[in-house]
Design a protein around this ligand. Structure first.
Ligand code: PLP
Length: 379
């Protein structure tokens, strides 16, 4: 082991901002002339909102997107001044700060439209809004039956100078080609109705990573790219990051905290869910569900240790778990990689998702605050 390796923290998430930049630049090139919004909600899917937002802007992202207004305000506080959209609001939202600070509001109801207009009136500047239509995800967004009335109200408030409808948008369920087509048709109807109501949105957008990459008809003026920027595939069909020309940005790594030789028949970890069939060596990995390593992956997840994949044995605990290394030599302090770029031999976040019955999105996003983020690749 090198000195540099021995000085590394015993658990860390290394985030390669160079990979974030390369992924977003590559996607931008593929979707042109559509613009790109880098979605950095949930602390940039666990990667760190501010550093990722800066990398995204450096890569040419035209917009940033968050779910919550608080996340958007934090980006403004960090001095990031590109167009920003936030779309999921408290039932009694405080739109004043966002309107004053040029944060565009995703609007899903007439009530939110009225509140945006009231705020604009009070702070003395128009609210910039993107009206959201529910085309079939059945989450938020104006329901189709209310769309005409909401578009008319928006046009009236726009005529009064209280708001500007800068965008019309929706979100796909990514269910099947047929369902996507039905949602795009519903989106087209909503756009036509918006135009008839007198609205002239500058950006129409419906695609997140999945549709941006595979469904050119969904790109419109802007695509909202979350997971693709982090180099994790949006699909659950076995497509890898490399297949998509993307590179995973996050590597979750640690160092072996203890090594133990055990006899055949020895029970391992809580409940002795696993017993050694023959004498073997265990390595203790200092990460657990308190760090976002899913307990559901007990007995199935794998790590890269001394050049080979090693399986988790016994239950993953809050702070630690064990892997079986057989008769191989391993030492305390050895580097272990839970997930990263499969090109290095490491499992992917999706491999952990498969092991835990979930998706790569959830694996990277839930890596907890106890794991320090280390940034490489500059901005
Ligand atoms: C999270 C989110 C996205 C990004 O989706 P990815 O699949 O991560 O690209 C885009 N749009 C909305 C409305 C979202 O909530």
């Amino acid at each position: 082991m090198t000195d540099a390796a021995s000085r590394r923290p015993f658990r860390e998430a290394v985030v390669d901002l160079g990979a974030v930049r390369a992924n977003l630049a590559s996607i931008a090139e593929r979707v042109r002339p559509a613009q790109v919004m880098a979605v950095v909600k949930a602390d940039a899917y666990g990667h760190g909102a501010v550093p990722v937002a800066r990398a995204a802007v450096a890569a040419g992202a035209d917009w940033l997107g968050t779910a919550d207004l608080g996340e958007a305000l934090a980006l403004r506080d960090a001095g990031i001044d590109v167009p920003l959209l936030a779309w999921l609001h408290d039932p009694e939202p405080d739109f004043a700060g966002p309107v004053e600070r040029d944060i565009d509001l995703g609007i899903s109801s007439a009530d939110q439209l009225r509140r945006a207009a009231e705020t604009a009136d009070r702070v003395g500047r128009p609210a910039s809004v993107h009206l959201k239509i529910d085309t079939g995800l059945s989450r938020n967004g104006v329901p189709p039956e209310d769309w005409d009335a909401s578009a008319a109200l928006a046009a009236e408030l726009e005529a009064r100078g209280l708001l500007r409808v800068r965008g019309v948008f929706s979100h796909l369920a990514n269910t099947s080609a047929e369902e996507d087509a039905a949602q795009l048709a519903a989106f087209e109807r909503a756009l036509t109705a918006a135009e008839l109501a007198g609205l002239a949105p500058e950006v129409r957008h419906i695609a997140s990573t999945a549709a941006a990459l595979r469904l050119p008809a969904a790109r419109y003026d802007l695509v909202r790219i979350g997971i693709g920027g982090y180099g994790v595939p949006p699909y659950s069909d076995g497509t890898t990051a490399a297949d998509l020309g993307l590179r995973p940005a996050m590597t979750l790594r640690g160092r072996v905290a203890a090594v133990r030789r055990i006899d055949a028949g020895t029970g391992v970890s809580y409940g002795h869910a696993w017993r050694a069939e023959r004498p073997t060596t265990l390595a203790l990995i200092p990460l657990g569900y308190g760090d976002g390593v899913p307990r559901q992956a007990s007995g199935r997840g794998e790590v890269l240790l001394r050049g080979r994949r090693r399986r988790v044995v016994g239950r993953i605990a809050m702070d630690q778990f064990l892997v079986d290394v057989g008769d191989d030599q391993v030492a305390v302090g050895d580097e272990v990689v839970l997930f990263g770029d499969p090109a290095t031999g490491a499992p992917s976040a999706d491999d952990w998702g498969d092991a835990a019955g979930t998706i790569g999105y959830e694996i990277v996003t839930r890596i907890g605050p106890r794991v320090p983020r280390t940034y490489v690749g500059g901005v």
